[in-house]
Write a protein of this length. Structure first.
Length: 278
C-alpha cells in the first residue's frame, strides 16, 4: 500500500523507537530519515563543515550507515534541514507515503504533538505514531476504529492491508454511548436505546462487511463508552491501532466528536492515523 516510508528523527529515545519500528515495518520499501533543526539557514552554512547543519547531517548519515550494516537490503536516504519537524514532515505527506514519528514522553513539551499536527492535514497522507515502550501481548491483531464516515472507511482499507501484511486478524471496533439524559430515566427510553444500539450495530456491520470484502479476517466489536477510552482498552496488546482523521483541525474524530489527545500521547500500541484526501 505504501511505496515509501519517511521517519522523523532527532536522536531522542522516542524517535529511535519510531525508526526501529519503521525499519521492521518497511521490508522492501524505501526509507527516508528526516532531521529538522530549528531556525533558518544562514549564508554559507551549507559549505561550513563546523556548522550545526553539517554536524547534524553527518550524525544522521552515521545513523543510516549503522542501519545499513545490519540490514544491507534496506534502501535508505537522509535529509537534514532547518525548520520545524511538523513542517518538514508535512512536505513528505502523500497518498502513498507513510510518515512515522515517535510519541513524546507525556512530561515533555506540548501535548499538541508533531503527530497530531500532521494527522489533521489534507493530502491523503498516513501518519504512524510509535510509543517508546508499546505493550506486548499474545494477540496478533490489528484494531481499527470506525464511525461510519468515509474517513473511517479509508482507515478500514489501510487496516485490512496492514493485517494482511502481518498475517493478523482484523478487529473492527465501533464505540457508542447512551445520551446522558436517557441514563437518568432508562425505563422511559428503553425502546429508543434499543433502536439506537441497532443503528450503531448497523454502522459496525457495514464496516465489517467492507473489511471482509478486502479479504481480511475481520470481526466486529460494538463497545459502549467514549471512543478514545474504548480504543485504548481494546487495542491493548495488539500489533497496531488504526483510525481515520477528518482533517480541518480535528485530529481524530469519531461519533461523539474529537477523540482526546490522550490517544496520541498515551498510546498502548503503535497508532496509524489515515489522513483525509483532498
Amino acid at each position: 500500500m505504501f511505496t515509501r516510508i519517511v521517519v522523523g528523527w532527532d536522536g531522542t529515545p522516542e524517535s529511535e523507537a519510531a525508526l526501529e519500528w519503521a525499519v521492521a515495518r518497511g521490508v522492501g520499501t524505501p526509507l527516508k530519515i528526516v532531521r529538522a533543526i530549528g531556525g533558518t539557514a544562514t549564508s554559507g552554512e551549507y559549505q561550513r563543515a563546523g556548522g550545526e547543519l553539517s554536524t547534524e547531517r553527518v550524525r544522521l548519515m552515521e545513523v543510516a550507515e549503522r542501519l545499513r550494516a545490519g540490514r544491507p537490503d534496506l534502501s535508505i536516504t537522509t535529509e537534514t534541514e532547518h525548520g520545524s519537524p511538523s513542517s518538514a514532515l508535512a512536505e513528505e505527506l502523500g497518498p502513498d507515503t507513510l510518515v512515522v514519528v515517535g510519541a513524546p514522553a507525556t512530561h515533555r513539551g506540548s501535548r499538541w504533538t508533531v503527530g497530531s499536527r500532521l494527522a489533521g492535514r489534507h493530502g491523503g497522507g498516513t501518519v504512524a505514531v510509535i510509543p517508546s515502550a508499546p505493550t506486548t501481548g499474545a494477540r496478533s491483531a490489528v484494531v481499527v476504529g470506525v464511525d461510519g464516515s468515509p474517513a473511517s472507511m479509508r482507515a478500514v482499507e489501510t487496516a485490512a492491508a496492514e493485517a494482511k501484511r502481518l498475517g493478523a486478524d482484523l478487529e473492527v471496533v465501533h464505540a457508542w454511548s447512551i445520551p446522558p439524559g436517557w441514563n437518568a430515566a432508562y425505563g422511559e427510553y428503553v425502546g429508543d436505546v434499543e433502536a439506537l444500539e441497532d443503528m450503531h450495530r448497523g454502522v459496525l456491520d457495514e464496516a465489517v462487511e467492507f473489511a471482509r470484502g478486502l479479504h481480511s479476517r475481520a470481526t466486529g466489536r460494538l463497545e459502549p463508552g467514549p471512543a478514545a477510552e474504548v480504543l485504548q482498552r481494546v487495542a491493548e496488546g495488539s500489533a497496531l491501532l488504526v483510525v481515520g482523521s477528518h482533517g480541518g483541525g480535528n485530529v481524530v474524530r469519531f461519533l461523539l466528536g474529537s477523540v482526546s489527545h490522550e490517544l496520541l500521547v498515551s498510546l498502548p500500541v503503535p497508532l496509524m492515523i489515515v489522513g483525509p484526501r483532498d
